[in-house]
Design a protein around this ligand. Sequence first.
Ligand SMILES: NC(=O)c1ccc[n+]([C@@H]2O[C@H](COP(=O)([O-])OP(=O)(O)OC[C@H]3O[C@@H](n4cnc5c(N)ncnc54)[C@H](OP(=O)(O)O)[C@@H]3O)[C@@H](O)[C@H]2O)c1
Length: 252
Amino acid sequence: MNQATPSAPSVFITGASSGLGRQMAIEFARRGYRLALTARRLDLLEALQAELLQAGAPKVFVAALDVTDEAAVTQVFGQACTALGRLDIVVANAGIGNHGRIGQLPLHRAHATIHTNVLGFMSTVEVALQHFRAQGRGQLVGISSVAAFRGLPGGGAYGASKAAVTNYLEALRAETRGSGIVITTLSPGFIDTPLNRGAKSRPFVIPVEQGGRLLVDLIERRVQTATVPAWPWALVARLLTVLPAAIVARMR
Ligand SMILES: NC(=O)c1ccc[n+]([C@@H]2O[C@H](COP(=O)([O-])OP(=O)(O)OC[C@H]3O[C@@H](n4cnc5c(N)ncnc54)[C@H](OP(=O)(O)O)[C@@H]3O)[C@@H](O)[C@H]2O)c1
């Protein structure tokens, strides 16, 4: 791992106990960043913290956080600022992936998807934005999905939650234009994590290590929007928006 300098950049990640959040933490640590890692499962975060520090990570703050608890988001974000001094990047990554046809997926699971992926995400954006406005700069990263591009059978709640993420950040990008705040929307295809391991089919799936590297590369390049990986998902996303409804109806 790189040696951190006193001015080493810092990143706050939600949903860092598993999958993409965990892998981005590993990748950022390797590149010398100071880290604030949050999720509900503190035991997993503490194990990751020990692993990263042993490998030479400069600073790793961890805290239990349920992003659906608005007050806790403010409190834990404040603790992370105190621990790290300044936060340069916030990655709103925490998410759940309940799938099922509308009317068949129990409504409480559809509601939970929206609660975590939209309301929890918005709470994270809110605290990050206040912090970035106060310091005059910062980068907010939202993890959306290619599911945002078209409503598909069996993906109503999840797709709607990710379409909300993409649209919300598009508005925020316009509102923060010229302010020194960068808004990055990343839309992965299938990356191998517990979120999708039960799926019947995972077209073009890539390993989580590769996914983490690609995500952090794109964040460091401060892109505005990207599918991950770019190929074939940039093309698939475009195709999804123009596919005839009769074909979409036959998709599973
Ligand atoms: N993997 C993919 O192919 C893929 C594709 C497109 C988009 N995404 C998006 O990428 C993000 C990460 O997903 P993943 O694939 O890495 O899934 P994952 O392995 O299941 O990880 C999800 C993470 O979110 C956290 N989380 C869930 N609910 C939370 C809550 N209420 N408060 C705080 N943290 C919460 C989980 O931690 P705790 O359970 O410990 O809280 C976990 O760390 C999600 O937003 C997902 O929609 C993934």
